[in-house]
Design a protein around this ligand. Structure first.
Ligand code: ME8
Length: 514
């Protein structure tokens, strides 16, 4: 039977500047979700990319004295490098300036037009260049500086143009029906409530083309206009699945299982996007999940690391898996979070260096010294089975949690097994058994190593590099590292030779003078 398909996406990022920690956060989280589903046996398609059209790109390019294409090429490459640096396992990286994407945009536009949902009219209103959106006068406020701004704070200016409209007003009831009949369509629930009250308050038709600049996908049949950047951007999710070619094997991945986004772009994903798709007769994604925002606690991070809002220096300074672990464990996914040097060091030292790292080190070095460097023999008691059962339970819980994007819960559950195994190890005191009952010592060491194996398998989505090192230390074959291998059937086999133990999670030590 072919494996069940699973399609998930990050937002496509604006390459009009360099990537920052918020972008990195989205990528790390989506990557953990993707890796989890792969390890769980699904056929995963994980998409990320860059959103390269629009006025903002054109203006930044002008300021820098380059063409928008040059700006996009340069910065898109930096985003791609950031994703590699973060260990992202995306299967494709889409750029909206690619030919395949232009084709998809024009095809979806044509279908919406054929369905009678697109018409030409004039538009005037308060326009934010930063948001690339018009705002109702009632949504804007004039500050003490005399500047009128939209609710998120960017300045707006009065604009008047001929534009194509999308008949969004016709989708109000259908959208409300969608949120009612599929309560999971938007998560977390605060975001769903927000979206529902926005739609209930009444939807106006949406301006979906611009004729005042050129940097975009031309409207089919009227190339005085380019498409509104959000029509273009959202379409990336089906472009990469082969749209409009439904014979493309990738099309089997659509509809996406989940679009992971930040809470700033919920309206576009949970209101406009399903309306466009309904109009075009394309199935809707199953879920849109918005995470919160990250804030630097405002303190200086450390002398040597400088300004660590740059994801590259963060990884260089703390280590990739430490950074991934920190954000995934520390911030309840879906809520806002903050980060600081102190928080990163405390969290990773406690859970990684002193937690799983120490447990692995203690048990494996005793095995190296006392069991000839081979997986010890075992004769299990209920105590031993109980600790392994905790690991099995954590996997069941993690599967449920990851299915609803509660990444921090899944991870907390796995780490709780480390504490359980630590207590077991201390209680059993294998160092004392060495003289009194060597056979029992072997069983205790086997059980602890086996617990480490199960924990390491579960840690792979979150800290892939370090989890792989742990599994190497336990001589676990590459093709025996999936969740299907986490239980008794593939348990460590006594007598298997093990490599020399080595530390996997170094402790962060403050440099002198910091
Ligand atoms: O909005 N904390 O691109 P963008 C957490 N191109 N996440 C943050 C963040 C922060 N402080 N700042 C940004 C766009 N993000 C569009 C998307 S999708 C079809 C088009 C993350 O480069 C968060 O995921 O502004 C947010 O949604 C995304 O970066 C916005 O990236």
């Amino acid at each position: 039977m072919p494996n069940e398909k699973f399609y998930l996406t990050t937002p496509i990022f604006y390459p009009n500047g360099k990537p920052h920690i918020g972008h990195a956060y989205t990528v790390i989280a989506t990557d953990a979700l993707a890796r989890f589903q792969r390890l769980d046996g699904k056929d995963v398609f994980f998409l990320s990319g860059t959103d390269e059209h629009g006025l903002k790109m054109q203006q930044t390019a002008e300021k820098e004295g380059v063409t928008p294409q040059e700006l996009a090429d340069r910065n898109s490459a930096i985003f791609r490098t950031m994703e590699e640096t973060l260990g992202a396992s995306n299967d494709d990286f889409i750029r909206t300036t690619e030919e395949r994407h232009k084709r998809a945009c024009q095809a979806i536009w044509q279908r919406m037009a054929d369905n009678g949902d697109i018409y030409l009219d004039r538009y005037s209103g308060w326009y934010s260049v930063r948001q690339e959106a018009y705002f109702d006068e009632s949504e804007t406020t004039v500050g003490e500086d005399g500047v009128r701004r939209e609710p998120l704070g960017s300045p707006v200016e009065w604009n008047e143009e001929e534009t194509y409209f999308f008949r969004l007003s016709a989708y109000q009831d259908k959208l409300l029906e969608l949120y009612e009949s599929q309560p999971d369509f938007v998560g977390p629930s605060e975001r769903r409530n927000e979206v529902m009250s926005f739609v209930k308050s009444g939807l106006k038709d949406l301006s979906v083309s611009r004729s005042t600049f050129k940097w975009g996908v031309p409207v089919p049949g009227d190339d005085k206009h380019v498409m509104y950047v959000w029509v273009d951007a959202l379409t990336n999710y089906i472009t990469a699945a082969g749209f409009p070619d439904e014979n493309n094997p990738r099309w089997g991945f659509w509809p996406a299982d989940v679009h992971i986004i930040g809470k700033d772009i919920v309206r576009f994903h949970a209101v406009y996007w399903p309306a466009f798709l309904m109009s075009a007769g394309v199935p809707l994604p199953k879920r849109v999940y918005a995470h919160g925002f990250l804030f630097n606690r405002g303190e200086k991070m450390s002398k040597s690391v400088g300004n660590v809002v740059d994801p590259f220096s963060l990884v260089e300074h703390y280590g990739l898996d430490q950074v991934r672990y920190f954000f995934l464990r520390e911030v309840p996914f879906g809520q806002d979070g903050s980060y600081s040097h102190e928080a990163i060091v405390n969290r990773t030292n406690a859970d990684l260096a002193n937690g799983i790292g120490n447990l692995a080190q203690r048990s494996l070095s005793m095995i190296a010294k006392n069991c000839g460097g081979k997986v010890p023999a075992r004769d299990l008691t209920d105590d031993d089975r109980a600790v392994l059962a905790e690991a099995d339970k954590a996997l069941v819980q993690a599967r449920r949690a990851m299915g609803e994007q509660a990444i921090h819960q899944a991870l907390a559950g796995v780490i709780a097994v480390v504490s359980e195994a630590d207590r077991y190890f201390d209680r059993q005191a294998p160092w004392a058994l060495r003289k009194t009952d060597p056979a029992r010592m072997e069983t205790v060491l086997w059980t602890t190593a086996e617990a480490v194996r199960r924990i390491a398998i579960m840690l792979q989505p979150f800290v892939p590099g370090s989890a792989a090192k742990l599994l190497d230390l336990l001589a676990v074959a590459e093709d025996k590292r999936g969740f299907a291998n986490a239980g008794d059937v593939d348990a460590l086999v006594p007598g298997t030779p093990l490599p020399a133990p080595a530390g996997v999670f170094p402790r962060y030590v403050e440099a002198a003078g910091n």
